[in-house]
Each structure stands twice: as C-alpha cells, then as structure tokens.
Design a protein around this ligand. Structure first.
Ligand SMILES: Cc1cc2nc3c(=O)[nH]c(=O)nc-3n(C[C@H](O)[C@H](O)[C@H](O)COP(=O)(O)O)c2cc1C
Length: 363
C-alpha cells in the first residue's frame, strides 16, 4: 500500500502508525494508530492543526490505550479495513485539492471526515472540532501552495529552491557508507546523469588543492574505490598527501555528499579484475594515454592508440602497471539535503573507534 504516491511526510506518518500499534501491542493497525502516527510527525501542518485543538500526541495516546485490542490472530496482521478506507479516501482528498500525491495533511483530512473507528472516538473524547481542524488544514495547505508559488518566483530570479525531501536523524542509517549506498541507489532510480561521478580533491606538495571528476566503481564497508593512472597529477599528489576528499552532487535530488578520509591503492588483484572487465577500447586507452602529461597533438594520441591496438592484436590487453585503483577510507561523511528557506538539512558522520557518530550541522 505504501508504494502509492505518498509524500515523505505521509509515508513517515504511516510508518509511525505501525510503530504506535507495536507500542500498544496491537497486531493490526487501526485508525487510532494512524492518528497517533500523524501526531508523531510533529512538524507537519496536520499535526500542528490537530494540536491547536487540543489533540496532542500524549492526550491521544492516553485515549488510544482504551481502544487497544492487543495481539490478534496472525491472519489479521496489517491495516484494519477502516484504516485502509481512510488511506484510500486520502486519495480523494488529495484529488479534490488538485494534488497528485498524498501528504500527511490529506490522510488527516480523511481521518477527520469519518465518523466511525477508533480515531473518531479519540477526537470526540478530546472534544476536537473536526470541521474547524479540517478548515485549518485546508487553509494551511493553501498557504504552503502560496509559499511554493513565491518560491517559483525565486526560480525566475535565478535563486534555487529546495523542496524535494528531508533528512532526519531517525530515518538515516547509522552507518555512513550504507546511507551513501541508499542515496546512490536513489540517484540511479531518479535517473540523474552519471550518479557515480564524484569530484576528487587532493593537495600537492606545495599545498595547492586541485579537484577533478572520477567515477565511483565500488562502494563497500571499507570505502570508495575509483580507478586512474598511478602517474597522473592526482596520483602524485596522493603519494605526497594521502588525505583526500570526494564530493557527489545530485542536482535533481537537491543532494550533496562530502566524503573526507585517507587514500591508499587497492590490491593488484583488484585492479587486474576491474581492468579485465573494461571495454577493450578503454583498456587500450589506458596504455595510450600518459595521463596529465603534455601531449604534442590529438593526432599523436590517436597514433598511440593504433600502436597499442597492433601490439595487443589477437590477445587480451594486460593492465599497465601504471594504472589501477585507489580506495578512500572515510573519516567524515556529510549528507546535505536542500530544504526551503535555505534551512537545509546537514547530517555529519564522523568515525571514531570504528563507530559512526552523527551530528546535525547548521546550514
Ligand atoms: C564524468 C567524468 C568522469 C571521469 N572519470 C574518471 C575516472 O574514473 N578516472 C580518471 O582517471 N579520470 C576520470 N575523469 C577525468 C578526470 O576528471 C581528470 O581529467 C583526469 O583524471 C586527470 O586528472 P589529473 O591530471 O588531476 O590527475 C573523468 C572526468 C569526467 C568529467
């Protein structure tokens, strides 16, 4: 059911409803749990409108305990029929407001409309004026739309807006590299151009930083792997100073990830294996190019490619010893998610004694 077009806030409310049901020891998820889930998402306009009329999480929880049914037979696990109807009718509420996805507000509007079920009983017990809360929520949705319009005008003046998503401490993985894999998967799903392209920054012996794009070829618990020439400018810099930084920017997702750590070459076996998997043209290119060196002309480069084509004709192209992988083992990883009003989300992971610590940074 959660695969429907739900906004992040609605999805979060539904996940919180599951948590609330679990907390009360209920096998299936009733409308009272949906109400609690919405209240638990305290940042939403829906939760604020409910709170304004005395429907707070604590008050609703105290009432919900009266409706708790405890563990039921396994076959009943999941959403109760009433809860399913509430979620379905949220689509109707969204459509009526010309929205193509369901937010926590639409879920709440549909909860407030229904006169039956445990949520209705809680709202009645708390003396909530359901019509007034509905009107408040609809008004706040319109205010948000106006804000979106204002923000669209910002685009016209060349400033960017950041509305796509949010980054919450309770929703991220405790391991920075697993969280990075998640964001990478989402970047692939969103079909952004070259999701694995990352800027690599190094510092040379004169203290001069330099940056260039390389492609992430492997991400695992140890770090981030890319391939290059061991004689290139970046390689020379990394030989002198093994500290380096990587940066991903996925504009379509309004996301940036900054990774800092130490670099080391990967094993020859790993480089051989990756080199063997490359297209033959790329393999020959690695022989033909003395990366970062001055080359007399384009023609000379093409000539060199032909020379190596002849040299390796009819045989596998071996890996040049001057070409291979590096792994950056991260000590700091910062995830940045664009948010409205320049109040972006920044979560910084730092690695201490093999453990990741997470703090939020001011935008
Ligand atoms: C999208 C993109 C992907 C790239 N991927 C790599 C790569 O994986 N490895 C590499 O050595 N260079 C890659 N490059 C080229 C580098 O940016 C850079 O020009 C080259 O590595 C030489 O850098 P250096 O002289 O600082 O060593 C890529 C460039 C772009 C734009």
């Amino acid at each position: 059911m959660i695969s429907e077009p739900f906004s992040e806030s609605a999805r979060h409310s539904i996940v919180m409803a599951q948590e609330e049901a679990k907390r009360l020891g209920d096998q299936d998820i009733h409308t009272c749990h949906l109400l609690l889930g919405i209240l638990a998402e305290s940042n939403s306009a829906a939760a604020r409108a409910l709170q304004a009329f005395g429907v707070t999480l604590d008050a609703a929880r105290a009432q919900a305990e009266k409706h708790s049914r405890g563990p039921g037979p396994a076959a009943e696990a999941g959403f109760s029929d009433r809860s399913k109807r509430i979620i379905e009718s949220a689509f109707g509420e969204a459509r009526m407001l010309n929205h193509n996805h369901i937010s926590a507000e639409h879920l709440t509007l549909s909860l407030l409309k229904k006169n039956d079920g445990s949520a209705a009983a809680i709202l009645t017990a708390l003396g909530a004026d359901r019509d007034a809360i509905r009107a408040g929520i609809i008004a706040s949705i319109k205010v948000t739309e106006q804000a979106t319009l204002d923000v669209r005008q910002e685009i016209a003046t060349g400033r960017s807006i950041y509305l796509k998503s949010q980054l919450r401490e309770d929703a991220v993985d405790g391991d920075a590299l697993i969280q990075l894999q998640r964001w990478l998967d989402e970047a692939y799903e969103a079909k952004v151009a070259e999701p694995n392209a990352m800027a690599l920054s190094t510092v040379d012996p004169e203290g001069q930083p330099s940056a260039r794009v390389v492609l992430l070829r492997k991400l695992d618990a140890d770090g981030l792997v890319f391939y290059t020439s061991y004689l290139s400018r970046k390689a020379r810099a990394m030989q002198h100073n093994s500290r380096a930084a990587l940066l991903f920017y996925w504009a379509e997702l309004e996301r940036q990830v900054r990774v800092e750590g130490t670099i080391e070459p990967v094993s020859d076996e790993q480089s051989d294996e990756y080199f063997a998997s490359r297209p033959r043209g790329h393999q020959l290119g690695a022989w033909a190019s003395e990366q970062s060196e001055i080359v007399e002309s384009r023609e000379l480069l093409d000539q060199r490619l032909h020379q190596f084509e002849s040299r390796f004709e009819g045989q596998d192209v071996p890996r040049p010893h001057s070409w291979g992988g590096y792994i950056l083992k991260p000590l700091r990883v910062e995830f940045w998610q664009g948010r409205p009003n320049r109040l972006h989300d920044r979560l910084l992971y730092t690695r201490e004694a093999q453990q990741w610590q997470i703090v939020r940074l001011s935008p």
